[in-house]
Design a protein around this ligand. Structure first.
Ligand SMILES: [Fe+2]
Ligand SMILES: [Fe+2]
Length: 573
């Protein structure tokens, strides 16, 4: 049968590189909107066909989605089905409104929770002009009847659980660093031990080494909980050290043999294939091989801190409002998409769905900043950092006054880069007549719905350490953060960390909504009961991104009903 448009399909069939001329651009947009993905040979044939839209329409009528191979194309051509009549409402909208075709409404409340929500891949470079709202509200799953009253009639209810602002006490001493790691180890060890998944009560590493003859077989094992260091591969075997307060020990993780199918073997295999991050906290069970040449601790079973299926809290029906999420608007940059911002402002004032939005969370990089990277001044429209923030204030205050904006800093903002970052400076905050400023990360509740917002710089460390995480799948990095119960495990990687005596980057409470930004992608979906949002940027592709071949997914507003947790992704590109 035909392969649907899932992540594994995309990995097996990576998008071919095409120099998109106007005709191919038009075809590719039609394909994307139909959930189709043409392999290289099919692309050439579609370019040769006089009216490729008929083929795409026929594919839709046949229920074909996902990768379009040459065989599938032949099948469609054989059946030679041309569309005589519109297919349902979507088709009617498409024909009557060409803009609707370019900016499809995207639904993040997918039945299958791992289906990524698609955003536009190519950021158009438009002349600044405000295009009227492209369509009326038409999201049947995001029913307005779920909301008993408009957001402007419901009081703001933000409860902050963690924000480093005013609470940073580190002096940057070695003792602070040690304290930070001890805090991490204690918090995560408690979670691992309380899960009851370890085979034995954990033993201090020095005790394990001292009694090595006792732990000499698969039947006579010891369990350890500690911090991972010095991760490296030799062939398929994963080597690392693990340390606790008492000492450290060299370990080896062999992938399971093909004949092994136990849960332990699967866990070993998963970690052996994916890899570990330096400074992860894990629990292991293993033994020594007294007859062998290696003195390493051989791992029989391995656990990250567990994350169970989560039951979301809700605002309740009487306080049903929506929260909207964006990030990385990079005001001040020449590539800030102002026309698309104005389109969103207009939508906020006109669309019935917008009247349900009580909160707008902006997860960092509100401005492009100054001196963030070499020669940045050549790419700046506004070269003064304060004027950049003045412009952010002007732009956010164009939104209706019932929308409460919550602003976190990111790595482009004018605060210390080390995480946790405090909120923007009070001198900058005074430009805003109304906004709530919090640090990065921030753990807060909106009408009781627990939300963890983190700008996401550590996604880069996850990409470089965990094999199946890529920049185009930042949501997988977010899943790995939840699995580790930590936002940024690796010290000395790409994420600058402040050694607070208590490690506040530990995810102690599973969030109902977990949101990041930074990599300018877009995703909205569910992972083990938490809604994951990789919030969309409002910046076009920069020269640096072009050089790396990175395509942002800009100008998509992600909206969550805090009562039902239904989601919608509204594109403005
Ligand atoms: Fe950014
Ligand atoms: Fe960033």
């Amino acid at each position: 049968m035909f392969c649907f448009f899932k992540r594994n399909c995309l990995e097996r069939y990576p998008p071919p590189v095409i120099m998109a001329d106007g005709r191919w651009r038009e075809i590719s947009i039609r394909l994307a909107n139909a959930g189709l993905f043409a392999v290289a040979g099919v692309q050439a044939k579609l370019m040769d066909i006089e009216n490729p839209n008929d083929i795409i329409d026929s594919a839709q009528k046949l229920g074909i989605k996902g990768v379009m191979t040459e065989e599938i194309l032949e099948e469609i051509l054989e059946k030679n089905i041309s569309i005589q009549e519109p297919i349902g409402d979507n088709k009617k909208n498409t024909e009557t409104n060409p803009i609707a075709d370019l900016v499809p409404i995207l639904d993040g409340t997918a039945e299958s929770t791992n289906i990524p929500v698609k955003g536009r891949v190519i950021a158009p470079i438009n002349d600044p002009e405000t295009i009227p709202a492209s369509r009326p509200h038409n999201l049947p799953h995001f029913s307005l009847s779920d909301f008993t009253m408009p957001a402007n009639e419901i009081d703001t209810e933000i409860e902050i659980h963690f924000d480093i602002t005013g609470n940073s006490i580190t002096e940057g001493k070695m003792s602070d660093i040690l304290s930070c790691f001890n805090s991490r180890l204690e918090k995560l060890k408690r979670i691992i031990v309380q899960s009851g998944r370890l085979r034995n009560i954990p033993t201090d590493i020095t005790q394990v080494i001292r009694n090595r003859t006792r732990y000499s077989s698969y039947e006579n094992t010891a369990s350890i909980v500690g911090l991972v260091t010095d991760v490296r591969y030799n062939g398929d075997n994963l080597y690392f050290n693990i340390e606790d307060k008492s000492g450290d020990i060299a370990c080896v993780l062999y992938p399971a043999r093909a004949t092994e199918s136990s849960p332990e073997a699967k866990r070993r295999n998963n970690i052996a294939i994916a890899g570990l991050m330096n400074d992860d906290v894990i629990g292991i069970t293993g033994h020594f091989n007294p007859g062998g040449r290696s003195d390493k601790f051989i791992i029989d079973d391995i656990h990250l801190p567990p994350i169970e299926k989560h039951e979301k809290r809700t605002s309740g029906p009487d306080k049903a409002v929506s929260a909207a999420f964006i990030s990385d608007i990079h005001v001040g940059s020449k590539t800030f998409l102002e026309a698309q911002w104005m389109k969103m402002v207009k939508w906020f004032h006109e669309d019935p769905l917008a009247k349900t939005i009580k909160y707008l969370v902006l997860s960092g990089d509100a401005v492009d900043g100054v001196g963030i990277y070499p020669n940045q001044d050549k790419e700046l429209e506004i070269v003064d950092i304060y004027q950049q923030y003045e412009e952010v204030a002007r732009l956010t205050e164009l939104l209706p006054d019932w929308v409460e904006t919550i602003i976190l800093p990111g790595n482009h903002d004018a605060v210390r880069p080390a995480e946790p970052q405090p909120s923007l400076d009070p001198m900058i905050q005074q430009y805003f007549n109304r906004a709530t400023f919090v640090g990065n990360p921030c753990d807060f509740s909106l009408h009781g719905v627990r939300t963890l917002s983190y700008h996401g710089v550590s996604i880069m460390d996850f990409v470089s350490s965990i094999k199946h995480v890529t920049f185009s799948t930042p949501e997988v990095a977010m899943e790995e953060m939840l699995e580790r119960r930590h936002l940024a495990p690796s010290w000395g990687g790409k994420t600058p960390l402040s050694p607070e005596p208590e490690d506040h980057m530990v995810i102690e409470e599973i969030p109902d909504i977990f949101v990041t930004g930074h990599v300018h992608g877009h995703f909205c979906g569910d992972y083990k009961g938490s809604t994951l949002i990789q919030s969309s940027t409002w910046q076009d592709q920069t020269g640096y991104m072009r050089m790396l071949g990175f395509q942002p997914k800009p100008c998509i507003l992600t909206v969550v009903n805090l009562y039902t947790h239904k989601t919608a992704s509204i594109p403005f590109a």
